[in-house]
Structures are given as C-alpha cells and as structure tokens.
Design a protein around this ligand. Structure first.
Ligand code: GDP
Length: 137
C-alpha cells in the first residue's frame, strides 16, 4: 500500500469535474483516504512548489494555484504514486496519453487540472503539508 497527494487544481474545480476525476481514481483501484476543499494562500502555494522556485513559471504557478479553491486528497493503493501519475498524463497535455485526465481536460501546460506527487519522498512531504495523521483514514 502506498499513499500519494492529489490536488484538483483551480481550473479543475472551475470546470466542475471533481466527480469525474475521482471516478477515474476509484475505477483504477485508488481509494480516497483524505480530502478537503481549501483556498491556498500565496504563501501556502509558494511553499508547496518551493522546489520550482527560480523557474520562469514559478510566480505564475503560485498565482494560479492560489486563484481559487482546490481539492486536496490523499490517494491510497498499490503503486499509488505511479498509478496516479499514469492516470494524470504528462505535464504538457499535448504529450499526455489519450484517455488521461490531462489529455481530456487540460487547456495548457499550466492549466492542467491535477497535481500528483512524483516520488515517495515528495509524497510524504506533500501529504504532511496539508494533512495531519489523524485526518487520513
Ligand atoms: P507535474 O509534476 O506534472 O505537475 O509538473 P512539474 O512539477 O514539472 O510542474 C508543476 C506545475 O507547474 C505543472 O503541473 C504546471 O501547472 C506548471 N508548469 C510546469 N511547466 C510549466 C511551463 O513550462 N510553463 C508554465 N506556464 N507552467 C508550467
């Protein structure tokens, strides 16, 4: 069993596709172990994406992620990290496999609907960034 952090980004919330995205996770065998809808402050978004600090898209990304509510979730299952990334598709929706969330719903490399942890260490950091142990079941 593995856990990963998933975020339905502000564009996904605006598109009203929360149910569709979660349906895909569940159909693939992932389980929602925790979920909450929050509005990230700029500081929260900046800290979450600190690894990208200095990149040309960082300021825009922080602006975008704090532009509206998001749904943060802990997904649990076998190979949850890799499986979630597979369901999401490539960062650039133009390179995403057909049938993935980003291929179906993303509008640009930035407005790409979902976030997912990319490795065990980032998953641990990202889950703890939003959830305490007592909020995950
Ligand atoms: P992810 O793990 O697939 O989400 O990709 P990254 O960790 O590399 O990037 C984080 C987020 O920054 C992406 O999901 C996009 O929303 C945004 N992003 C990444 N690359 C670019 C880029 O070249 N331009 C812009 N505008 N945004 C980007």
């Amino acid at each position: 069993m593995e856990r990963t952090l998933s975020i339905i980004k502000p564009d996904g919330i605006r598109k009203n596709i929360v149910g569709e995205v979660i349906r895909r996770f569940e159909a693939a065998g992932l389980r929602v172990a925790a979920a909450k809808k929050i509005m990230m402050s700029k500081d929260t978004a900046a800290g979450f994406y600190a690894v990208h600090k200095g990149k040309f898209f960082y300021d825009e990304l922080v602006e975008f992620m704090s532009s509206g509510p998001v749904l943060v979730m802990v997904l649990e299952g076998e190979n949850a990290i890799a499986l979630n990334r597979k369901l999401m598709g490539a960062t650039n929706f133009k390179e995403a496999e057909p049938g993935t969330i980003r291929a179906d719903f993303a509008e640009s490399i930035q407005f790409n609907v979902v976030h997912g942890s990319d490795a065990p260490d980032t998953a641990a950091f990202e889950i703890a960034y939003f959830f305490s142990a007592s909020e995950i079941y």
